[in-house]
Design a protein around this ligand. Sequence first.
Ligand SMILES: Cc1cc2nc3c(=O)[nH]c(=O)nc-3n(C[C@H](O)[C@H](O)[C@H](O)COP(=O)(O)OP(=O)(O)OC[C@H]3O[C@@H](n4cnc5c(N)ncnc54)[C@H](O)[C@@H]3O)c2cc1C
Length: 618
Amino acid sequence: MSNLLVNTRDQRFVLYEQIGVEKLFAYPQYADFSMDMVDMVLNEAEKFAVEEIMPTYETADKEDPAVFKDGQGHAPKCFHEPFKKICEAGWFAPTFPVEYGGQGMPRTLHTSISEMFGAANYAFMMYVGLTVGAAGLILEYGTEEQINKYVYKMCEGTWAGTMCLTEPGAGSDVGASRASAKRLPDGTYSITGTKCFISSGDHDLTENIVHPVLARIEGDPPGTKGISIFIVPKYRVNDDGSLGEFNDVVTGNLEHKMGIKGSATATLNFGENGNCIGELLGEERQGMKIMFKMMNEARLGTGMQGLDHASAALEHSIQYSKERIQSRDMLSGSPEGVPIIRHPDIRRSLLWMKSHVEGMRSMNYWTGYCIDMSEIAETEDERERWKGFVDLITPVIKAYCSDKGVEICGLAMDVYGGYGYCQEYPVEQYMRDAKIATIYEGTNTIQALDLVFRKLAQRKGQNAMNLFSEMNATVEQCKAIDALKDSAELYAQSVNALGDMFMQIGNWLQGGEYVIPLINVRVFLMIMGDVITGWRLMDAAVIASRKLDELFKEAGADTPEKQKELGKNDSDVAFYMGKVASAKFFAANILTAVEGRCKALKVGDKTPMEVMDESFTV
Ligand SMILES: Cc1cc2nc3c(=O)[nH]c(=O)nc-3n(C[C@H](O)[C@H](O)[C@H](O)COP(=O)(O)OP(=O)(O)OC[C@H]3O[C@@H](n4cnc5c(N)ncnc54)[C@H](O)[C@@H]3O)c2cc1C
């Protein structure tokens, strides 16, 4: 029986069979973990997601959203109980070291838990995610005193956290920030300025909220180079750790949004009365570098948001398509109405969604594994190699998974027909909730600019080269499997086309041609996302094909008919056949288009820059 959020069989496939999470347990850092423990964690996470978090999903959207009342932000009332329970159950900061109240859990495993929780209610999980992100920042860059003062309370969920970058005049252009900091004689800083759109900016789930705030110290240079970062609590903290006076962080309002209505998105006015004190985090003028640690984590989290909503939308639409009876089967000509899953176009939509969700899941979990390996691999070279994958893939995950998340939710709505557009079913909410992920944490265009103008060339292109060698190794494995030969050819062509495009971009940039890459950054990112998704699916299909060979042999199923018959009674056979189908479909329908899309980019069309502003009219 599906939990209607995430396919737990596929989660286990990716973790156990594709990535091999147990490889991590050979390292001293994760020696305390075992596969039994992983299985237990996954079962418990599913239970917690379904029983505690999921029931808040519709309520916090329709009857009980975050509200601004009496000058304060309030989280949905229905969030209070699960928030308490998530802290008590130890789910709040599992990747944190044990001494800070975490479980020292590998990131690979945590990614699967966060998919489950995020699919149950992403808006609820934002309060947790931002707190853990802000605590991580203080843990890495704070003084011992700051760590003792803030991190413990944040990791146990007593105090919450945020990230404060955006201002009315500084959105994508963070360097335009006007928030300012003035040195005080005691070494602290007086903070003034307005930050807008701050997620979890003000709420009543915790007794205090700790804001990492970007601001410019008076006299420091303009742009991002002059920005520092400060720890600014809503209530000051006394030396003994108790709460002191209000720190002049005044909430202007909460936004009324299209989706994630349970998340309190606040405008915060710092130092309206000249009485807001901040502590410097790290060194002066290092604010952007420090905040990037949290931003990169949050970008991966935002990519996961796309996957979370897409996964839940897929699970729901598979269930609906098996229940909804409409129209006759045009192929069999039977006069009876059939479940809509019998219609070829619905099947195509479901397979489109399924293949993307599975590929994105694998991409996200693999990135979790890369993070773990970048910390625990034995040699510096190896750690660099793993970190290189993370650096390169972060903007792709953020932008590709969030864009695809919206597309998948849209297709799910089509599967539901008119009912999908109505509030009676959850897919319209999935679609509304998914959209923000393409915008916040740096719009998808900003991600694509980061990819094309920074990440591709990082370490002289070595990170990208390493990714290509991984993808090419999979080509060879696929070619060796009869059932995958045709798909392997299509996949190989897409990898080659991406490689050529990568060289072409390098040539453009080296030749001083910036306009074409600038116009097409998003197109390139999506092509790259498709090829990486294709890689993860083909890699999965190799494993699934080998498993199927064994299972067919054991059962003596030596014809396609017998194999299908076996699949009807054996859920493992059906699952592995589904994995092969996902890869074949993706290769035939998505990867085949890669070459053409690259060809279109190479035409070098500059019309968007040549057309006059006036020609757009208005
Ligand atoms: C619900 C919600 C929650 C949020 N949570 C937070 C939070 O917790 N903390 C926080 O600090 N911020 C938060 N934000 C702010 C969010 O990160 C910004 O909205 C986002 O970065 C874009 O900034 P902007 O809205 O000012 O758009 P703008 O920067 O004005 O961009 C408008 C358009 O122009 C494009 N554009 C801008 N510059 C360029 C360029 N150089 N090249 C090409 N195109 C460009 C953008 O891609 C976009 O399409 C949140 C926003 C929302 C809506």
